[in-house]
Design a protein. Structure first.
Length: 93
C-alpha cells in the first residue's frame, strides 16, 4: 500500500476472508521495510468477515510521508488459500 500524503498512521486492519484451521497468525506491518507494529489473527472461532486491528508500537513510527510503502506480511496461520484484505487509517500531518 502506498501512503497518499504526509500523515500519521493511526491504525491498520485485516479482514479475514475465511476460517484459518491450525494456528493463530501474525501480521507484521512495516513502512519502507521498518517494522512499525503487529497484530494477531486468532484461529479459534475464525470466520470470513472478522476484523483484526493493530497500532504502531511508538508514535515516532507512526509518522509517514507521501510515497512511503506500507507492507503487511502474514506468518504462522494456515488454511486452504484463505485471503485477508488489508487497510490503514491516516490523519493528515
Amino acid at each position: 500500500m502506498r501512503v497518499p500524503e504526509r500523515a500519521r498512521l493511526l491504525n491498520f486492519f485485516g479482514i479475514l476472508g475465511g476460517a484459518i484451521t491450525t494456528a493463530d497468525g501474525t501480521i507484521t506491518v512495516a513502512v519502507n521495510g521498518t517494522t512499525v507494529g503487529t497484530f494477531t489473527v486468532t484461529q479459534s472461532g475464525s470466520a470470513a468477515g472478522q476484523v483484526f486491528t493493530g497500532q504502531t508500537s511508538t508514535q515516532l513510527l507512526s509518522n509517514v510521508n507521501e510515497g512511503d510503502v506500507i507492507s503487511f506480511t502474514p506468518s504462522g496461520a494456515s488454511g486452504a488459500s484463505i485471503p485477508m484484505h488489508f487497510s490503514a487509517t491516516f490523519r493528515a500531518a
